[in-house]
Design a protein around this ligand. Structure first.
Ligand SMILES: [Zn+2]
Length: 192
């Protein structure tokens, strides 16, 4: 089932989300719905608070980014042998970040029509449970690491625009007000 995506301005997007204690049928249904919602909106990541659930859960698909990238972008944004991945992250914790950083344009399904450069570490190491509650510790790089960091921010109530300079944030002020007042068109269902 496709879920409405909460728009910028909704207070749920600012919540520091709770850890998930146990697996359940409801959780599995929510995960399925989040994948369906993200794919329908042509997103590459979606976090539970974006669909109104303040729990530490997000889904990431960097395969779609790899497939849509040209040869130069693949060379710049993916390491050798990395063709992206699809994964569900529960109770994730980033335990390591590279000193090396890079800038790339980001957007967010909750903040439509705004795309800005964000500086983030090139690599991260993350501990998480997958949807079967199997524990993993993995290191990701480039675009995959960027999407994970964007979604990881979401479950802590942080949006990518919070990482922009005061100057850039001022430039997008009018657009943000439009989103808050629901005066924006999207191909997917949004809710304020
Ligand atoms: Zn987002």
């Amino acid at each position: 089932m496709k879920l409405p995506i909460l728009a910028y301005g909704n207070k749920t997007l600012k919540v520091d989300c709770d850890a998930i204690a146990t697996n359940s049928d409801d959780l599995n249904k929510l995960i399925d719905d989040m994948w369906e919602t993200m794919e329908h909106a042509y997103g590459c990541g979606l976090a539970a608070p974006q669909v109104g659930e303040t729990i530490q859960l997000f889904v990431v698909d960097s395969i779609v980014m790899y497939e849509n990238a040209d040869i130069d972008e693949r060379k710049a944004n993916f390491i050798e042998g990395d063709e992206g991945m699809r994964e569900t992250f529960i109770n994730a914790r980033i335990i390591g970040k590279s000193d090396e950083t890079w800038d790339e344009i980001e957007g967010c399904l909750s903040i439509p029509d705004i795309f800005k450069r964000v500086t983030r570490p090139w690599s991260i190491t993350i501990e998480y449970l997958d949807r079967d509650f199997k524990a993993h510790t993995k290191t990701f790089h480039g675009t995959t690491a960027r999407i994970i960091q964007h979604e990881y921010d979401h479950i802590r109530g942080v949006l990518f625009i919070d990482r922009l300079s005061a100057f850039t944030k001022k430039l997008i002020g009018t657009k943000l007000k439009k989103i808050m007042s629901g005066k924006i068109f999207t191909d997917y269902r949004m809710k304020q």
